[in-house]
Ligand binder design. Structure first.
Ligand SMILES: CCCCCCCCCCCCCCCC(=O)SCCNC(=O)CCNC(=O)[C@H](O)C(C)(C)COP(=O)(O)OP(=O)(O)OC[C@H]1O[C@@H](n2cnc3c(N)ncnc32)[C@H](O)[C@@H]1OP(=O)(O)O
Length: 262
């Protein structure tokens, strides 16, 4: 049982980028001290029923999709550099220390299989991929990186929309915009409140987003009420002069076992 628990914890660490530790009764999800770009949530501890989950299915380190690649435009790289620089601050007398911002790593798959709740089919085990990271061609789909600021309870995503996300001619599909908003607001809610699921997302589309352009997706905590985390979101042009989209989201904290029928 201990071994199975350890496997789950290792698997969850791969999902969230967090480190976890085991408790005596079931598994206690407890983010350990963060290093580098790992998430350092201050979320309340949450005990879940033991499940079996594989560790990361590959022996090598998974690819972090939030790092720059050749498809990134100059604007995308400039904004990445801008927020990345805020992750470290200069200290008096030289040297650097962690700043208020963190770049959140991003992977293209989460769990290979889980038993103990509902078994995933072999096809799902082998082929499941995170929706926003499932287009192999660099630059064709969602190119994005999320930076979070825990002190200010907000995050910013730099998003470059690729040619496979077309809706109206030359512009981004509303469903693709909803997807990136759900991902960014969901990431913020998870970062602040631990595992959550989207219960409600309300979107107002104000002006179309040109395909291939780079926009900023800003998300902030509005309030929390028990298990409910309310967030707001605005998608703006890179220079902030144009509002493209506004949204609000409600995220409900879950026991991870919920996802497996527990
Ligand atoms: C997991 C591992 C970590 C993840 C690490 C992330 C790393 C990578 C980041 C990628 C980020 C991607 C982010 C994508 C996120 C999705 O896309 S999630 C997929 C879409 N969402 C779903 O499929 C959710 C389906 N719905 C459900 O499963 C359930 O309805 C819920 C949302 C879990 C709530 O069910 P429940 O736990 O039984 O809670 P319930 O008692 O019904 O409601 C609790 C409270 O919320 C209120 N509420 C519930 N639903 C609503 C609603 N629609 N409207 C208003 N109020 C509501 C209730 O009224 C209640 O309020 P109070 O009475 O407490 O005041």
């Amino acid at each position: 049982m201990l071994r199975r628990g350890f496997q789950l914890v290792k698997g969850l660490g791969q999902i969230t980028g967090q480190k976890f530790s085991t408790g005596r009764n079931g598994i206690t999800i407890r983010p350990l001290l963060s290093t580098g770009t790992q998430w350092d949530t201050g979320s309340p501890f949450q005990t879940i029923r033991p499940l079996t989950m594989s560790p990361w299915p590959f022996s090598t380190q998974p690819r972090d999709y939030s790092l720059p690649n050749a498809s990134w435009s100059e604007e995308m790289k400039r904004l990445y550099d801008h927020y990345n620089a805020l992750c470290e601050v200069e200290v008096e007398g030289g040297g650097k220390r962690k700043g208020p911002w963190r770049r959140l790593p991003s992977y293209n798959r989460t769990i290979k299989y889980a038993t103990g709740g509902r078994c995933l089919s072999k096809v799902l085990q082998a082929k499941a991929r995170l929706f926003t990271r499932n287009i192999e061609e660099q630059g064709a789909g969602f190119e994005y990186v999320v930076f979070s600021n825990k002190q200010e309870k907000r995050c910013v995503c730099v998003f470059q929309a690729g040619h496979l996300l077309e809706g109206p001619p030359g512009h981004v599909h509303g469903g693709a915009i909803a997807t990136i908003i759900d991902s960014v607001t969901g990431t913020l809610a998870s970062y602040l409140s631990g595992p959550v699921m989207t219960a409600n997302l309300s979107i107002n589309y104000r002006s179309p987003i040109p395909l291939g352009s780079v926009v900023l997706v800003h998300s902030s905590l509005e309030r929390t009420e028990g298990r409910k985390t309310f967030v707001t979101c605005q998608v703006t042009s890179a220079d902030g002069s144009k509002l493209h989209t506004e949204a609000t989201g409600l995220f409900v904290s879950i026991n991870v076992g919920h996802l497996f029928g527990a």
